[in-house]
Design a protein around this ligand. Sequence first.
Ligand code: MF3
Ligand code: CO
Length: 249
Amino acid sequence: MIVVKSQSEIQKMAAAGSIVAEILESLKTFVSSGMSTADVEAYVDAEIKRRKAIPAFKGYRGYPSSICISLNAEVVHGIPSKVVRIRKGDLVSIDLGVILGGYYGDAAITIPVEGVSADAQRLSDVTEQALYAGIDQAVIGNRVSDISSAIQKYVEAQGFSVVRAFVGHGIGRQMHEEPQVPNYGKPGQGPRLHEGMTLAIEPMVNAGTFDVVILRDGWTAVTADGALSAHFEHTIAVTRQGPRILTKI
Ligand code: MF3
Ligand code: CO
């Protein structure tokens, strides 16, 4: 069952979403070489607390942290660690979800650390643009796979591949609601989009093969071929005025 939200519920999701957006935006300047991924977690935890929100990921299916931080060939769900240091030229994907007033906001960005290669920068840019190509399709009357197909087309035209193993999702009073939102597929399939649907759209894009492997920690997904990966995500609402990004400052 897909839960459609009222305008006042969408406002509450926008309040949660703007907290996510503000914190992610501040990370673009905070994240730098030399710090550990646990330092980033500590900073984000303090920022969530300051805004009286609740971290959405901590404790979710046993996940230990408030953020996922995935470096280079790590695709998603990297766990912050005191012994992992960010280095010059790293591609750092950070995923953050919070709960405010009972509603979830979920977003992710990839941050190229100083000295990143031109290829890594292009991968990050293409992934962000693929997210916007998907969001453009989140209009009343389209179907879910119109989003999926637009993302896949954009990514593959740039010579990269779309991860199949993880998908976007409905979101609201739960982090994961129906429907699933794959980042690949034929257009014109899946549920029709209606006013008030709220979705987390989150393409993960690999420079090489789309296959991923889960590390022994049970969480960290890495590319099977060791090539770079990037991830961008927004929570959006389908409105009569078109897609509305809720994870926005
Ligand atoms: N954006 C991811 C998702 O929607 C983040 C979940 S991480 C988890 O699935 F640790 F909470 F699972
Ligand atoms: Co998500």
